[in-house]
Design a protein around this ligand. Structure first.
Ligand code: SAH
Length: 346
């Protein structure tokens, strides 16, 4: 009878060390394997050249190394790169490399599909198929780091969890992936260069604050008026703005880390002075910054980017009230790599 082999990368370093001790070897062997798996991104046991043949065969008999594969890489005219990433079970997620003159940012996925129902987002139409494992998130970052070195001659500098999925609905795995990314045994990146973007799950925002995480938080707000937010992000009926604000207040009190709000201004939806004033009031309770992001159409024209005059109104009012605001242009639109466009078109 064939027993199902375990994914070796689901094991912690301690568990690997224990495994070797249980098999009559030295615990130190676990460190060596761990290094192969996480620092050297080994794809096979055979390639672990400082282990004896017998040890490699023993690992082979007990484990598999599940690895992602970049199936397709597309490059945009603006330098943005999109990877279609195939997982060990055949499902596909996407991740994006966004280069600017001063940094390269990886935009990674946390779930296959998404369980939320934001009406303006292409990923929402896929439904949630499964959560990504920590190693699957980590591998996307490694793949992009390699591409950054290859095409732009510099390592990856920042990571945003703004790809497919809601990171706080897969919190434990996202946290484990970030631990690997920031650990000296992984990529040794500073958590200050990592941003987790959420549509706003109050309970999980509190948990993050309690866990004392060091990465940054971004919230996809899009409206500070409940009726409007519920129309475009229906889960807002359950996680209301009042709950969200309380959770964010808690986050700020505990972490003293500024909150970024992501916000798209749509024609006829949230483009009036009343909408701007509500946003200003929402921003008051803690130091925050607003990123006005450009809308990336996903098809039927139900949502339309508001004209520049509406954006100017937001910028003027926010600035007058002392709130930092940036207007961000989209990148990678020609290859469907921009925010909200990730939906496995191939
Ligand atoms: N679920 C997380 C992260 C993924 S979405 C979140 O909601 O934050 C990443 C960002 O893209 C969010 O701010 C989201 O609101 C925004 N977004 C989604 N669809 C978009 C679209 N069509 N155009 C522009 N931004 C979009």
């Amino acid at each position: 009878m064939e027993t199902k082999k375990k994914d070796i990368r689901a094991l912690t370093k301690e568990q690997l060390r224990d495994f070797f001790v249980a098999h009559g070897d030295k615990a130190f062997r676990g460190n060596q394997v761990y290094e192969w798996l996480w620092q050297k991104s080994a794809h096979s046991f055979e390639g672990m050249t400082n282990l004896s043949k017998a040890t490699r065969e023993m690992l082979e008999a007990n484990f598999v190394i599940n690895h992602i594969r970049v199936d397709q890489m597309q490059r945009s005219s603006d330098g943005t790169i999109k990877n279609a990433v195939r997982l060990h079970d055949g499902l596909v997620v996407e991740s994006v490399l966004i280069p600017t003159s001063s940094r390269t940012t990886a935009c990674v996925s946390s779930q296959v599909g998404c369980s939320l129902d934001c009406r303006f987002c292409a990923t929402a139409r896929l439904k949630r198929m499964r959560n990504l494992n920590p190693d699957e998130i980590y591998d996307q970052v490694v793949a992009i780091d390699n591409e950054s070195r290859l095409y732009f001659d510099r390592p990856l500098s920042n990571i945003v969890f703004m790809g497919m999925g809601e990171p706080l609905m897969n919190y434990n795995n996202v946290l484990k992936a970030i631990e690997k990314i920031t650990s000296p045994e992984g990529l040794a990146m500073s958590p200050k260069r990592i941003t987790v973007s959420t549509s706003g799950v109050p309970k999980m925002i509190r948990k993050m604050a309690d866990d004392g995480v060091k990465f940054k938080l971004a919230v996809s707000l899009h409206s500070a008026i409940d009726e409007i937010r519920t129309t475009i992000m229906p889960f807002n009926a359950t996680f209301t703005l009042a709950d969200l604000r309380e959770a964010l207040q808690y986050w700020y009190d505990k972490t003293k880390s500024r909150i970024t709000y992501e916000y798209v201004v749509w024609k006829g939806i949230n483009d009036t002075q009343k909408d701007v004033d509500a946003l200003v009031r929402f921003c008051r309770f803690a130091p925050s910054k607003v990123n006005l992001i450009e809308y990336n159409p996903i098809d039927d024209g139900e949502f339309l980017q508001a004209p520049d005059s509406a954006i100017d109104r937001y910028v003027d009012t926010l600035e007058r009230n002392g709130i930092t605001v940036t207007v961000r242009r989209s990148r990678g639109k020609d290859i469907d790599a921009a925010c909200g466009q990730l939906a496995n078109k191939q």
